[in-house]
Write a protein that binds this ligand. Structure first.
Ligand code: IYR
Length: 230
């Protein structure tokens, strides 16, 4: 019934709904924006050599806010972002990650995997975990705890947290910061070290900072459109 509904800008609104704030762009402006973002994204690379120069905390905060705009199953927002800047915790993370990685490189990863990593020049040493001024551990909420302490379901958490992580990487790059998507494996030690509640599972570890001045990255090509679009 009409009298149940509110009116805004002449539009009858369903309860609990608001008008979409959509910006309709002219085609040439659409093209200009898509091109500009493409050029920016083409410059993004995974960086493994960070300067220890500090980064502005408020920039990091805004990038985390951007990650928080990602869509999520039933809008549960099944994520938190643990930011680590203190040297002791970074040192402890490096030590624990390197212990796991030594196992990985000396047997847990098979021959094909080791061979696939050759061109990246990686090994079990992870100095960037101490050099980068900030580490962000993306935490995936397998479930959540309601106001009354009851367990609440979350949905499509892998997809949701993956999308939020993509937003975060893009935001940090756009703000002029370098990142690495690091997945020390297994990541259980992070949950323990960070003292997060049992529903939060470490998903991705992202060192953030400025690259060292003489930073080099492996020569990689990206798939052209005719292999991306099928
Ligand atoms: N986690 C290890 C190995 C590693 C695995 C993949 I897949 C990479 O793309 C890069 C590294 C490490 O961090 O060295």
């Amino acid at each position: 019934m009409l009298h149940d509904h509110s009116r805004k800008n002449g539009i009858v609104l369903k309860p609990g709904f608001s008008p979409l704030d959509h910006q309709r762009l002219a085609p040439d402006e659409m093209q200009r924006r898509a091109q500009a973002l493409l050029l920016e994204c083409q410059r993004r690379r995974s960086v493994r050599h960070f300067s220890s120069e500090p980064i502005p905390a408020s920039v990091l905060d805004d990038c985390i806010r951007i990650a928080g705009t990602a869509p999520s199953g039933a809008h549960k927002e099944p994520w938190t972002f643990a930011v680590i800047t203190d040297p002791e915790t970074k040192g402890a993370i490096r030590k624990a990650a390197e212990e796991e990685e030594r196992e990985n490189y000396s047997g847990r990863m098979n021959e094909e995997w080791i061979k696939d990593l050759e061109r990246l020049g990686t090994d079990a040493e992870k100095p960037f975990l101490e050099h980068a001024p900030a580490l962000i551990v993306v935490m995936r909420h397998a479930w959540q705890v309601g106001a009354g302490g009851e367990r609440e379901q979350c949905y499509y958490t892998q997809e949701s947290v993956g999308i939020a992580s993509g937003f975060l990487l893009m935001a940090l790059h756009h703000a002029g910061l370098a990142t690495l998507t690091h997945t020390p494996s297994p990541m259980g030690f992070l949950a323990k070290l960070l003292g997060r509640p049992a529903n939060e599972k470490p998903y991705l570890l992202i060192p953030v900072g400025y690259p060292v001045d003489d930073c080099q990255v492996p020569d990689l090509n990206r798939k052209p459109l005719n292999q991306l679009k099928v």
